[in-house]
Every structure is written in C-alpha cells, then in structure tokens.
Ligand binder design. Sequence first.
Ligand code: DGL
Length: 275
Amino acid sequence: MSEKSGPIGVFDSGYGGLTVLKKIRQQLPQYDYLYLGDNARAPYGNRSFETVYQYTLECVNLLFNRGCSLVILACNTSSAKALRTIQQKDLPQLNASLRVLGVIRPTTELAGNYSTSKHIGVLGTAGTIASQSYPVELHKFFPDVQVFQEACPMWVPLVENNEFNSIGADYFIKKHIDNLMQQSPLIDTVILGCTHYPLLIEKIKKYLPPQVSVLSQGEIVAQSLRSYLYRHPEMEARCSKKGTCEFLTTDDSENFDLHAALFFGKSVQSKHIAL
Ligand code: DGL
C-alpha cells in the first residue's frame, strides 16, 4: 500500500455511486478518481449486516491496493452497515493513515437545517432503514427532529433494470411515498437515503406534496469532501491531481458502460476486475 499520491476511491454496490461521483467531479475536477461498482453482487440493500460488511471491506481493500489513500463509500447501505467497523477495527490494523468516509454523516449534518416542521422523512434500502443509522445520526446534530423512515426494497431493482421510467415504477414509488407521508403529514423534508434514488427524483416529487423538499446526496457529499480535504491537508496532498476518472466493475464491463451513462450523465469506459 502506497504512501504516494493516488486517486480518490469511490465505491458503490453498483451504479448508484455514479450519481455522487458526477457531483464530486463537478465541484472537484482537479483530482483523479477511481470508481468501483460491485455490480456482480449488487444489490446490497437486502443483504445481512455481515455480508455487506465483508463485501464492502473487500472492495475497499481493492481500492487501497490500487493506490487510493481515501475512499468514499458512495453507498448508504455500506455506510450504514460497514463503515464504522472498517473505520474502528480494520483501518488501524491495515494502515492507520488510510481513510474511508461515508455518505450518511454529511447528509445528516445538514438535513435538519432544511426542515421547519422538524419532521424529516428518510427513504432508503431495507438494510439502511433497519440499521437505524439515519435517526441515530440525525439526532446527534438535531436532537429535536422527529424522523420517519420507509424502506423501498423495489426501487433499486427498478433502477438497475432500467424500468424506472415505466408505469410499473409509478406503482412502487407512490406506494412508498404514501406509506411515508401517512406516518406524519407534517414531514417537510425527505432525504433520498440511497444513491440510486436521484434517478427517480421526478417521480418521487410527483407523489410528494409540493411543499416537501427532497434532498439528494450528490452535492451534499461533494461539498463535504471539499471541506474535508481543506481541513486535512495531509490527505489532500495524497490525492493525485491530473483530473482523470477510471471505472472498475466486478461484472461485465460492456453492460456497465451501457447503464453507467444514465447515472453519470456521460458515457464511460470501464474495466472488469475480479475480486
Ligand atoms: N446505492 C446503494 C445505497 O446507496 C444501494 C443499492 C443496493 O441495494 O445495492 O444504499
């Protein structure tokens, strides 16, 4: 593992993290990035704590072995189920100078500022919702908010299977939005707690009352990374700066390239990597 400079690693179970990488690159184009999608084993959303942890750790190790000193888990499910263990147990053993950051903390640090009613809704995968990470983290920063959650287990498969624009998708989107809003009609802020969900944002807004703000994470995470690099010049110095962006997938690269453009906003050329 290198002490030299290298790309910033960005990881997701599949394509969703590309929505975050897109915003990070818009704000911080000077750095090099290495994206890894574990498409062969996605989705992670319904998997056990132990499985998500093992899979995430393997992927993080791969990115470290490829020269990354800093890895962003651009996946809420991994951030909820694996991040803390990796930070507290694995990194001190592997190499204490390496860093892994998630997407839940930057989101919860800000979300309370958007809400007047202090009733916040969270939409996420079954794993993220069951982990209770959002209520726990939100209450650290905003002790007076009430948090209402809804697991949306069909949403990632709809996106991964390119069915998110179909009429069938509307049924599942309306169903979960209605379930969330029935928990409290006072909800005025909804967090998209899954990096796949920005692709569904138009339909999500369609079924939410118009006064509800919808927070997607790309810009929030990009802003938070910018601030992290400013506050940690020793890590910033270890991020190489040629403006490159490479993509790795654990599944078929042609298939990855076909779908990735939808999430990333432009075409990509990935390489297959075996774990
Ligand atoms: N994109 C991931 C997230 O933010 C979830 C996708 C999955 O279920 O694998 O939670």
